[in-house]
Ligand binder design. Sequence first.
Ligand SMILES: *Cc1c(COP(=O)(O)O)cnc(C)c1O
Length: 389
Amino acid sequence: MMSALMQTYARLPVTFSHGEGVYLFDTEGRRYLDGISGIGVNALGHAHPAVTAAITQQADKLVHSSNLYRISTQETLANSLTKLAGMDNVFFGNSGAEANEAAIKLARLHGHDQGIKQPAIVVLEGAFHGRTLATLSATGNRKIQAGFEPLVGGFIRAPANDIEALRQIANNNPDVVAFLAEPIQGESGVNVLDTDYLLAAREICSAHNWLLMLDEVQTGNGRTGSPFACQGVGLQADVITTAKGLGNGVPIGACMARGHAASILGAGQHGSTFGGNPLACAAGLAVLDTIAKDSLCANAANMGELIKDVLQAELRDNHRVRDIRGRGLMIGIQLHRDCGELVAQGLDAGLLINVAGGSTVRLLPPLVINEQESRELAAGVAALIRNFN
Ligand SMILES: *Cc1c(COP(=O)(O)O)cnc(C)c1O
């Protein structure tokens, strides 16, 4: 039956009724191991008691008041999140794209403050920053942009991991005000940016007064084994955006800033009706508390290594596999050819996985996954790939 929904998604023929931990159950009662967490959102898995308690208790008191007034849960979450990320302050929106929009606006203001009338932001090939007009313009994927021209201007595209190209842009474009990148490109296939590249980009940013802005919408909140991926490689950003895992499914996005960048956006220059409302912030606080209390960053690092070890052992001699990579619980298994069919085959086998960039199986399991579940996931994925032809 056709629904009244706009047909913007190619959906798989399954409906989930409930979940528990790393498992989801469909309306027929079938159980699935969740290797994708609603695209990196359900960091604590499904129906985590700490999140359930936080949002039910908050709903019982106050769901929304407005940013016309002070919101104590928002202030508490701001303190926890910025402390965790090593940043100074934060603006809350409702999604990853909105977090990036805030960063883009902040960068443009940074330019105008210095008299740069046409400020430009350097973005990378293969980047994904969202689906709003500015963020799809920043995205390095023509499929996402096609049909939505005119694109938003003010973005300069650079190849990833090419520091010479970045240096050339710096030498030739006095209007650049910021560099925006995902430390690990998720949507284009779990492409880990070289640490040397990121650290050299930091130097270029500092030398040219560019803001180093990291899109950690997917890599943040413990996903890669450190609270934020930049911390895992000793990289200090001026702006960090995040969203996905922060609310465990309750919509929330955050744009954090540090140092001079933290004083750029002033009163009346940005806003959101829903952003940082009491309900979303209660969920965010429960997530951050649980990540700390249950050492989920360390668990993500350990379980990620275990999953990669099992995959490597099981797929070592497999001619279909080109590369196994990633950090923490953000893992990509790149095959030699496109493998979108694996998603439906996984579903049949009771395994929820995703394919990114055409040929890379992407795993983003909940950070609460234990050793036995990690082995089950890795063995299941390896079997799928072995049987793929
Ligand atoms: C998912 C994602 C976004 C967009 O987030 P939405 O919540 O869908 O707007 C932006 N950047 C990255 C790196 C993402 O993975």
